[in-house]
Design a protein around this ligand. Structure first.
Ligand code: BG6
Length: 485
């Protein structure tokens, strides 16, 4: 099997709100998450990112740990409200200085900065004017913010992601009412999905222009989408059809406009029947069609298994935020599909199906539908309540197993010609889980919340270090060891 490409980006990710803390420091404006997480009953036991891992004040220590781990690249996001406290207007020099210093520090250790512009923390000032629903305001505000970041950091940053997981911030924010702004209205969610696509396209256009003018490095720009491939639980035509609808809604509806400049007819017709199609103005689809993405970032954690859902079947449900395995009820859309448990698959304590071949299968589906566009895994990892040994060592073998299996399927995809150029484990350090607080850990580095946020590398840190040092060869050794034992 062909190995990982020579210049493969072995990386790890974080996001501003989840890791930085310092939510009111140095002139930062409030984001929608700063406000929402302070409202009673919105997050797990009232947790928030006010302090998080205090990465804002400890980034030099964190970058040193990244370097010892051997990271080739670090994916982080910029907090829009640090750069523009009011969303638009005059930039905040302290915000620009923070990211500038972070980038310089990374480059000092030969770690490639991989920058996300928007990981869900919209400036509250923009939300107060309608946020993502105010097309006239938000498309140009995002493009302006993006342009400022390109101008300030584009002399050193070669990889850019416009938006993280569009499906999640829109559907959880506007359909399910679980993220800010806490709206429950499918029609509004679908309207927003189109506006967000336009914002992405305008930001890419700003980037291309600055590159053409020779003002910034000629790098790569794309978007990070969640990949949640669906699999029918049986081969009956009803379940297969259910899966088709699910994929149309949760996959193609978000990838097609960005990669093909159109919306999938099956789902367009479905939303039309409900009176929920978005307002598409003349020129919108041309703009999307003419937007070239250099790559697609994939956030993959799990796959979904589907069955037909009768007209009086289950609807939307609460999500497991306790870490009690089996507490996630079935959910779906009556007369279309429901998400069901596959008894042959292992599940995490949060009821996420561990299905590494789903990542491989999903990448193949992307290639089949959109051609051979370069791919990068921008997130993949295991959320768990990590055990601490009496020696103080953080034991996270289950995370090692999880990442190992996914990397092996990545290698298989590469061997079959999928242009996968990097893998970013989620997350570099323990950070805030939006709705699960600090109980759900993902990091290679443990943060002792009871001991002044002291950092400690976990078992997985040393394991990933070896994977990087051996360029993936140690993966097979450890797998053989597991197979022998
Ligand atoms: C992705 C997000 O959806 O999943 C991350 O991009 C998030 O920001 C991660 O933390 C894991 O989700 P959760 O809910 O387990 O924290």
């Amino acid at each position: 099997m062909a190995g990982f490409p020579e210049d493969f980006l072995w990386g790890s990710s974080t996001a501003a709100y989840q890791v930085e803390g310092a939510y009111q420091q140095d002139g930062k404006g409030l984001s929608i998450w700063d406000v929402y997480s302070h409202l009673p009953g919105t997050t797990y036991q009232g947790t928030n990112g006010d302090v998080a891992a205090d990465h804002y004040n400890r980034f030099r220590e964190d970058v040193r740990l990244m370097s010892e781990l051997g990271l080739k690249s670090y994916r982080f996001s910029i907090a829009w409200a640090r750069i523009f406290p009011g969303g638009v207007g005059k930039p905040n020099p302290a915000g620009i200085q923070f990211y500038s210093q972070l980038i310089d520090e990374l480059l000092c250790y030969d770690i490639v900065p991989f920058v996300t512009l928007y990981h869900w923390d919209l400036p509250q000032a923009l939300q107060d004017q309608g946020g993502w629903e105010n097309r006239e305001l938000i498309v140009s505000a995002f493009a302006q913010y993006a342009k400022t970041c390109f101008e300030q950091f584009g002399d050193r940053v070669k990889y850019w992601i416009t938006l993280n997981e569009v499906i999640n911030f829109i559907m959880l924010g506007y359909r399910d009412g679980l993220h800010p702004p806490g709206v429950r209205d499918e029609g509004r969610a679908i309207e927003v999905s189109h506006i967000v696509n336009l914002a992405h396209a305008e930001a890419v256009a700003e980037y291309r222009q600055l590159v053409a003018q020779g003002k910034i490095l000629d790098g790569k720009i794309g978007i990070a989408h969640v990949l949640l491939p669906g699999f029918p639980i049986s081969v009956t035509p009803e379940d297969v059809r259910a899966c088709e609808y699910y994929e149309g809604m949760d996959f193609h509806w978000f990838y097609d406009p960005v990669l093909k400049g159109e919306y999938p007819p099956l789902i367009w017709d479905y939303y039309q029947r409900k009176g929920h199609t978005p307002t598409v103005l003349p020129g919108d689809l041309d703009l999307l069609k003419n937007t070239v993405n250099d790559f697609i970032g994939i956030n993959y954690y799990q796959s979904t298994f589907l069955a037909y859902n009768p007209p009086d079947g289950v609807g939307s449900a609460t999500i497991n935020t306790s870490g009690q395995k089996g507490s996630q009820p079935e959910s779906g859309i009556p007369d279309l599909f429901k998400k069901v448990r596959n008894p042959d698959i292992e599940y995490t304590d949060w009821d996420w199906a561990v299905y590494p071949e789903g990542l491989y299968e999903g990448m193949k589906r992307i290639r089949a539908r959109y051609g051979n566009i370069p791919l990068v895994i921008t997130e993949n990892g295991l959320g768990s309540k990590d055990a601490i040994a009496p020696t103080g060592e953080v034991l996270d073998q289950s995370r090692i197993d999880y990442i190992q299996k996914h990397l092996i399927w990545c290698k298989k995809a590469i061997a079959e010609g999928i242009p996968l150029f990097g893998y970013f484990a989620w997350s570099f350090i323990d950070l805030l889980s939006w709705l699960n607080g600090y109980q759900k850990q993902y990091g290679f580095v443990y943060v002792a919340r009871d001991r002044n946020l002291a950092r400690h590398p976990k078992q997985s840190y040393w394991w990933y270090q070896e994977v990087i040092q051996t360029h993936g060869e140690s993966l097979y050794l450890s797998q053989e060891k597991t197979a022998e034992s």
